[in-house]
Design a protein around this ligand. Structure first.
Ligand code: NAD
Length: 272
């Protein structure tokens, strides 16, 4: 099992939901430090609350936009200055912007396509930013190994670190989510490619696909849709708790035998 005690993580989207639950659990499991990133100012309160519960200064809050390259660089530079580098990343900041791919206006009979700017925005946050925060983490480990004169990682349980991307059940297709599904399916390709490249530096890369989880992202949906279209299609007949998804993520970080993808989906499958 990966020893978390000397390791430092970056978790994005950490002011809320699944990422906040991951920070809480990694803190309890004894990780050395966490950079908790979010553009909401609530990230400061979340960091303070977790530190209070842990009784130590484990979590550092960074408020900014994950799509901003210079912000990303400043977070990694700060953590390098304090701790020497970052070895774990859960790039969880994400947005959902639902809409049918093609919708015909009943009056004009004209078809309207899903808004291209929304497509680009969703890809920028969910796919491109997540990928770059992960690659920055791999770079941190790669540089640290180069400074120590280390070449290819030589095997064993104590890998250098791990990345866990947050996909979604939508990656398998879901009506009204052409943009979101594209980003989450895209993370599959990123995961399998980075997994092949990053093991050179001793870094594992995996993806978790959560089902509908009780977070502000899902609570923003029409409650009738949750009751009538989501819950009946789950095995548990309830939303997942963020802590349940966080548990799957922390398991994937700790256990070196796990690779690829885990579906923490309560058995939900998108209807045709
Ligand atoms: N809740 C679900 O049912 C569910 C299911 C599958 C996957 N996911 C994924 O899990 C991840 C976390 O989702 P959640 O449900 O906890 O959502 P959430 O809305 O509770 O949290 C997302 C956080 O990301 C932050 N964020 C969004 N855009 C940002 C940006 N550009 N820069 C910095 N921070 C930004 C938000 O401020 C928010 O705090 C997302 O990637 C989401 O797609 C969620």
């Amino acid at each position: 099992m990966l020893n978390l005690t000397p390791r430092v993580a970056v978790i994005t989207g950490g002011a809320s939901g699944i990422a906040r639950a991951v920070a809480r659990q990694l803190g309890k499991e004894g990780i050395r430090a966490i950079g908790l990133v979010d553009f909401s100012e609530a990230v400061h309160g979340v960091a303070a609350e977790i530190n209070k519960a842990l009784g130590r200064e484990c979590v550092h809050a960074f408020q900014g936009d994950v799509t901003d390259k210079s912000f990303r660089a400043s977070v990694f530079a700060d953590l390098k200055r304090r701790y020497g580098g970052v070895q774990i990343c859960v790039p969880a900041a994400g947005i959902v912007r639902d809409g049918l791919a093609v919708r015909v206006d009943k009056t004009t009979k004209k078809a309207k396509l899903y808004d291209q700017e929304l497509m680009e925005k969703t890809i920028a946050v969910n796919l491109i930013a997540s990928t770059y925060w992960a690659m920055e983490t791999i770079a941190s480990v790669a540089e640290s190994r180069a400074e120590q004169g280390l070449g290819a990682w030589s095997g064993g349980d104590q890998v250098e670190g791990a990345i866990v991307f947050i996909g979604s059940i939508s990656s398998a297709g879901n009506k009204g989510q052409v943009a979101y599904a594209a980003t989450k399916a895209g993370l599959e390709g990123v995961t399998s490619t980075l997994a092949k490249e990053a093991i050179y530096y001793g870094m594992r890369v995996a993806v978790v696909h959560p089902g509908f989880t009780d977070t502000p992202m899902v609570r923003a949906m029409d409650p009738k849709i949750i009751e009538q279209a989501v819950l009946p299609n789950t095995q548990l007949k309830r939303l997942l708790d963020p802590a349940e998804v966080a548990d799957a993520i922390c398991f994937m970080i700790r256990n070196p035998a796990v690779s690829g993808a885990i579906w923490a989906d309560a058995g939900w499958h998108a209807p045709a």
